[in-house]
Design a protein around this ligand. Structure first.
Ligand SMILES: Nc1ncnc2c1ncn2[C@@H]1O[C@H](COP(=O)(O)OP(=O)(O)OP(=O)(O)O)[C@@H](O)[C@H]1O
Ligand SMILES: [Mg+2]
Length: 362
């Protein structure tokens, strides 16, 4: 099957020698909801602009539906972009904003009316077509920007942090609507965000970027459960890191010797005995108990140093006796009485299953 968008060894060096994108290669499938996720300045917008054609790669190739478009001007690419700032015409009506591109292309009027009405319905703006942009809420403006891009039926829709200006509740609602919309229109979406939760929620696959590089590419579950690098583990969610040395396998489990203790990891990673590794453990995979935990293979003794209540769960910071490291434990607040089982300076055991960790080579 042909790829929708493909980047081959794409690099962008700006005039001042800033390397914004550094030898990036990946392919996006037709109809995929694909996200570029990474911190500010990592090269997301630059990458998107090279797909749109607003920026030319310093080297490398951009393909659209299997065709090399590296030198094709933006207006000849079957691609549309939704900008973070929406870039709408403030004094024009909703209808005219959406119809603008089609009018420029001299599409016959009845066709325009039909196309605009269809897309208004898809983004749930029917009835507001006569309003001016200045008379709309942020969320409504965002929908107009989407409608304006969708009305052209591009093969690929590029979205640069389109939900950035919305408050949290509306943003979460729009995330679900975007996913539903994408399923309806079956257009490939390339969605830029620096919000890790957002990208986990909406994406089929995510490319995690750092310093112009793609650090990991995978499904939300792969990225969250099996981060490939320390950067990914740290940027997406919260992680505990235990660094140690691999000392061989027993009963299908890898023995990692960390300062003052040893832990067991279930991982398919190929590593050599004696290699330095980091064990990544998500705080919600850890459990905490006053008595030693006889069920779990991994159990470390410590003292509760800090407790933070965040509504859905309680976060415990436990200092491990054997090595003075602090582990974060997220415990769901199951009881609505909010009865706290633990308090400051409690001696506790922190335990976890060898299968709920992942390994990173140092
Ligand atoms: N026209 C330009 N000239 C020089 N440097 C640039 C130019 N545009 C972007 N950069 C630099 O390239 C790097 C990547 O910028 P880019 O806008 O792609 O980041 P981003 O990941 O979209 O960040 P944000 O999340 O803040 O939008 C940054 O260091 C930025 O300063
Ligand atoms: Mg950007």
């Amino acid at each position: 099957m042909e790829h929708s968008v493909e980047l081959r060894n794409v690099t962008k060096v700006f005039d001042d020698d800033t390397v914004a994108v550094d030898n990036v290669s990946f392919a996006i499938k037709p109809g995929e909801f694909f996200s570029l996720l990474g911190p500010s300045g990592c090269g997301k917008t630059t990458l998107l602009r090279m797909i749109a054609g607003f920026e030319k790669p310093s080297s490398g190739t951009v393909l659209l539906n299997g065709k090399d478009i590296t030198d094709t001007p933006p207006y000849k690419r079957d691609v549309n972009m939704v900008f973070q700032s929406y870039a709408l015409f403030p004094h024009m009506t909703v209808y005219n904003n959406i119809a603008y591109g089609l009018k420029m292309k001299h599409v016959p009027k009845p066709k325009i009316v039909e196309a605009v009405n269809d897309v208004l319905q898809k983004v749930k703006l029917t009835g507001l077509e006569k309003r001016r942009i200045t008379q709309l809420s942020g969320g409504q403006q965002q929908r107009v920007a989407l409608a304006r891009a969708l009305v052209n039926h591009p093969a690929v829709l590029l979205l640069d942090e389109p939900l950035g200006a919305l408050d949290q509740k509306l943003r979460e609602q729009m995330q679900i609507e975007l996913v539903n919309l994408q399923e309806q229109v079956k257009i490939t979406f390339v969605f830029v965000t620096h919000d890790q939760r957002e990208s986990l929620t909406i994406s089929d696959r995510i490319a995690v970027m750092n310093n112009g590089n793609v650090e990991q590419l995978g499904s939300p579950k792969e990225i969250y459960e099996f981060p490939a690098t320390r950067f990914v583990a740290d940027f997406i969610g919260t992680s505990n890191f235990l660094t140690g040395i691999y000392r061989g396998e027993e009963n299908g489990l890898k023995r990692i010797v960390i300062p003052g203790a040893e832990v067991w990891v279930e991982s398919p990673q190929e590593i050599e005995t004696g290699e330095h590794v980091t064990v990544v453990i998500r705080p919600e995979k850890l459990s905490i108990s006053k008595e030693p935990n006889d069920i779990e293979l991994n159990s470390l003794q410590g003292v509760i140093e800090e407790i933070i209540y965040v509504g859905t769960d309680t976060r415990y910071f436990v200092r491990i006796l054997a090595n003075d490291m602090v582990l974060q434990v997220f415990a769901q607040n199951v009881l609505h009485t909010a009865k706290q089982r633990f308090t400051w300076f409690d001696q506790v055991y922190v335990s976890w299953d060898p299968g709920s960790t992942s390994l990173i080579k140092e």
